[in-house]
Write a protein that binds this ligand. Structure first.
Ligand code: ADP
Length: 499
């Protein structure tokens, strides 16, 4: 009999991954596959939920095969997912009734403007911890109910299930028997009250969402149900779920107030654990649920930056300045500075802490001497500056000073960027050995629920440093660079505002 493992399903925006972890939190094997993105109109983004399910199941089977593991060796399945993306499906047949509207989709921007004009912004912020923005699921659910023939009646009769992707996968993994979500995913819907930790009746009424369509909210670490034996080859407990960023916070062993991680992917997401009470933000961050084990709630402040690694992707695919994202490191290190160039990658407006949907990308300070390397360096510097903005906002909101920052995500592999981040923040940046922290967090949540791990202390011991980057920039230089960034952001602000 093989040592049991935990299977983490990481359902991302562009791909599905499945990873087997052992007791030390080491990756035994993984499978990954991309799925289609649909852009039916400018600014709209959709996924086919059936395709997501089939892709996710496919990679789960493949991961087990690669590890040469029978399904019986899987002690539990944990799920982590792209957040805010939402769909409706048929409770009886389990078939999607709508496309999944993706978090990036801007189709409800107008609805959000109208809700703001009607004076609902303060209540949304106070109850949900979120800003009133099309990013979150609530207005997407309202849109689907309004635009899908017959859906509202089905939802009222309890025949249609609404859910974020965690909910959808749990439903399908349990053979259509369990309709639940976890608090971290619920807290991104704009329908969930952070204080009562329940669906908010007033917000449901405001957006005309029938309560019966929504999942029950269960802890992030709990046995929700079991897979039917014919799905993967054994009945496996589905025992944990958390949104990707909260899963990463958990996977980085940030279990206590003041501990923080920053994930550098397509965008960047800073999460700071703030303890058992929600910390309201006055500096443009979101208040959100953190994943927790047991009944005691945990909260976090979040700085959501929409475009960081995606700017490097744009240099690669849009401008063809580099062949591979990793080449950015070599080019940037080849020049002593950007020659005064700043790059504000506000391609889709700016998220935290600005929340300016009308900001647009800008490159400032160009001269005849500007080279490709300067531009590439400016794009990497922008990642570090944007992260400093949210770190400082979080410190002001939480009334703490972060001693250090744990990092993960694809772009955290860039040593030049991580050194720059330490310099711009003036504090150490620490990269763990296992950078698959999102999937690892989901594995931990599931494993804790079935007793695979004994407790937080045990999994905390799995966390090991790969490399620590110490700040070494002079204060004067740091201040001058950051002041320039602030001026550049000011120029990009409001660029595409109507009228
Ligand atoms: P996501 O999970 O958001 O899809 P990943 O964590 O896989 O993202 O990170 C991919 C992003 O990071 C891409 O936008 C890519 O351009 C960027 N990236 C990956 N490696 C590097 C690198 N070495 N230097 C800079 N950016 C990188």
């Amino acid at each position: 009999m093989r040592e049991p493992v935990i299977l983490a399903l990481d359902q991302g925006t562009t791909s599905c991954r499945a990873i087997c972890f052992d007791r030390e939190g080491q990756v035994l094997g993984l499978a990954q596959r991309e799925f289609a993105q649909h852009y039916p109109q400018p600014g709209w983004v959709e996924h086919d939920a059936q395709e997501i399910w089939e892709t996710q199941l496919g990679v789960a089977r493949e991961a087990l095969q690669r590890c040469a593991l029978p399904a019986a060796a899987v002690a539990a399945i944990g799920i982590t997912n792209q957040r805010e993306t939402v769909l409706f499906w048929d409770r009886r047949t389990g078939q999607p009734l709508t496309r999944a509207i993706v978090w990036q989709c801007r189709r409800t921007a107008g609805m959000c403007e109208r809700l703001k004009a009607a004076g609902h912004e303060a209540a949304v912020r106070e109850r949900t911890g979120l800003v009133l923005d099309a990013y979150f699921s609530g207005t997407k659910v309202a849109w689907l109910l309004e635009h899908t023939p017959g859906l509202r009646e089905k939802a009222r009769r309890g025949e249609a299930c609404a859910g974020t992707i965690d909910s959808w996968l749990i439903f399908r993994l349990t053979g259509g028997t369990v309709h639940v979500t976890d608090p971290t995913n619920a807290s991104r819907t704009m329908l969930f009250n952070l204080h009562t930790r329940a669906w908010d009746e007033d917000l449901l009424a405001l957006l005309e969402v029938p309560r019966r369509a929504l999942p029950d909210v269960r802890p992030s670490s709990a046995v929700y149900g079991k897979t039917p034996a014919d799905l993967l080859g054994a009945r496996i407990p589905v025992a944990g779920a958390a949104g990707d960023q909260q899963a990463a916070l958990f996977g980085q062993a940030c279990f206590a107030s003041g501990l923080a991680k920053n994930t550098y992917g397509t965008g960047s997401f800073l999460l700071v654990h703030t303890g058992e009470k929600p910390a309201p933000s006055r500096h443009g961050l979101l208040t959100t649920m953190a994943a927790t084990v047991g009944e005691t709630p945990a909260y976090a402040l979040e700085g959501s930056i929409f475009v960081t690694g995606a700017a490097i992707q744009w240099l690669r695919d849009g401008l063809r300045l580099i062949e591979d994202s990793a080449d950015s490191e070599r080019h940037a290190a080849g020049v002593p500075d950007t020659g005064g160039v700043y790059f504000v990658p506000a391609f889709v407006g700016l998220g935290a802490p600005h929340w300016d949907p009308y900001a647009r990308g800008a490159i400032l300070g160009l001269t005849r001497g500007t080279t490709r390397a300067h531009l590439i360096r400016a794009a990497l510097e922008a990642i570090a500056y944007q992260s400093r903005e949210v770190v400082e906002a979080a410190e002001q909101d939480a009334g703490i000073r972060m001693a250090e920052l744990k990092v993960d995500g694809g772009a955290a592999r860039n040593d030049f960027l991580m050194q720059l981040q330490a310099d711009i923040l003036d504090r150490p940046v620490i990269r763990p050995r296992v950078t698959e922290t999102t999937a690892l967090g989901a594995a931990y949540l599931a494993g804790l629920a079935v007793g695979y791990w004994g407790g937080l202390e045990e999994i905390g011991r799995n966390w090991r440093v790969d490399r620590r980057f110490e700040p070494r920039m002079e204060e004067r230089e740091r201040n001058a660079l950051y002041a320039g960034w602030r001026r550049a952001v000011g120029r990009a602000a409001g660029w595409a505002a109507p009228g």
